[in-house]
Design a protein around this ligand. Structure first.
Ligand code: DAT
Ligand code: MG
Length: 139
């Protein structure tokens, strides 16, 4: 059975470009409830751990540098079928390939600076949410 929570980050590019409000509006309008949320900045070590699965990829250094370059909005979201529905809402990793109306199509600047993160499985949603939030910060 599909789980009902996912984890997201509004990435440094979208925060810098003033898109926090519009992105949260679209997330809410799409039926997601905010369970936890904060403005925070990842350290180099945080980003290397969070994206550890990509450590051998050629873009890893760039990814860590970008994700630590400024504040992000981290959030846990709740909805039936949350992981899959949220991936649909954000669109493809490369904004050039993202469907019309998706968050990445509207707000991402490039494949590397693509405005939002969305967990890719229920298991990772739990790991990623727990990475950023203590139990007392989840509602
Ligand atoms: P997603 O964020 O859609 O789950 P991913 O897990 O494959 O994509 O990659 C994580 C992040 O790494 C992605 O959001 C942006 C960056 N990235 C992925 N592929 C890249 C590439 N070819 N060049 C530069 N950055 C890339
Ligand atoms: Mg991913």
């Amino acid at each position: 059975m599909a789980g009902n929570r996912t984890f997201t980050m509004i990435k440094p590019d979208a925060v810098k470009n003033g898109h926090i409000g519009a992105i949260l509006e679209q997330i809410n309008a799409s039926g997601f409830r905010i369970v936890a949320m904060k403005l925070t900045q990842m350290t180099k070590r945080d980003a290397e751990t969070f994206y550890g699965v990509h450590s051998e990829r050629p873009f890893f250094g760039e990814l860590v540098e970008f994700m630590t370059s400024g504040p992000i909005v981290a959030a846990i979201l709740e909805k039936d079928n949350a992981v899959e529905d949220f991936r649909t809402l954000i669109g493809a990793t490369n904004p050039a390939e993202a469907a019309e109306g998706t968050i990445r199509k509207k707000y991402a600047t490039s494949i590397g600076e693509n405005a939002v993160h969305g967990s890719d499985s229920d298991e990772n949603a739990k790991i990623e949410g727990d990475f950023h939030f203590a139990g007392r910060e989840m509602f």
